[in-house]
Design a binder for this molecule. Structure first.
Ligand code: ADP
Length: 201
């Protein structure tokens, strides 16, 4: 049976992880793109073998895992190499997402992708839920969580889809300017709505 897939996205520090955890409290299966992106380059995967084939074993740390900061440096300003890497990893990530979705057993599942709209991955979902916050809140919360300067957060914001574009792609928007209790109530409401909708799938 096909499970209804709810895509979850939002800008950095909007509250995606917090919202996903609240759905997780209801026993909803969560498929997290960030985790999958790491899994597809674990030792002895097709992904990591291809990277070593292209860049040599120097791209590995002594324990045989991928040296991410070295890879970041290697692709910096190297558009061709960046395209090659995306061409390798994106299909592997998509394949693993689909495989995990097919294994989901909850009435609906959540596919959490930070750059969902940027990579047009909402096509893999039945509905898109966007966590939306005011930019000032987003900057404050990210700063507090990651202990970084506001300029650093602003730079990341600039590289992500605009709030307007993300919200335009949404079927549901959860506003997270309020406190944790308000967020919890909003998730409870959406959960009821999705449970009802899931019978249609
Ligand atoms: P994302 O996964 O979108 O980057 P997080 O879920 O990590 O965002 O939230 C960013 C930070 O803001 C975290 O430290 C989180 O605990 C905090 N946070 C999220 N929602 C709220 C809220 N409604 N009130 C206060 N803090 C919040």
């Amino acid at each position: 049976m096909m499970t209804m897939v709810i895509g979850l996205t939002g800008g950095i520090g909007s509250g995606k992880t917090t919202v996903a955890n609240l759905f997780g409290d209801y026993g909803i299966d969560i498929i997290d793109a960030d985790i999958i992106a790491r899994e597809v380059v674990e030792p002895s995967t097709v992904g990591l073998n291809a990277i070593v084939g292209k860049l040599g074993a120097d791209i590995l740390l002594t324990d045989g895992t991928l040296d991410r900061s070295k890879l970041r440096d290697a692709i910096f300003n190297e558009q061709q190499l960046k395209d090659w890497l995306n061409g390798l990893l994106h299909p592997l990530i998509r394949e693993k997402m689909l495989s995990n979705i097919s294994k989901a057993t909850s009435p609906y599942c959540l596919l959490v992708v930070p750059l969902m709209v940027e990579n047009n991955l909402q096509t893999m979902t039945h509905r898109l839920l966007v966590v939306d916050v005011d930019e000032s809140v987003q900057i404050d919360r990210t700063q507090a969580r990651d202990n970084v300067a506001p300029e650093h957060v602003k730079k990341i914001l600039m590289a992500q889809a605009s709030r307007q574009n993300r919200n335009a792609a949404a079927d549901d928007i959860i506003s997270n300017n309020g406190n944790s209790a308000e967020l919890k109530n909003k998730v409870a409401e959406l959960h009821q709505k999705y449970i009802k909708m899931s019978h249609l799938y």
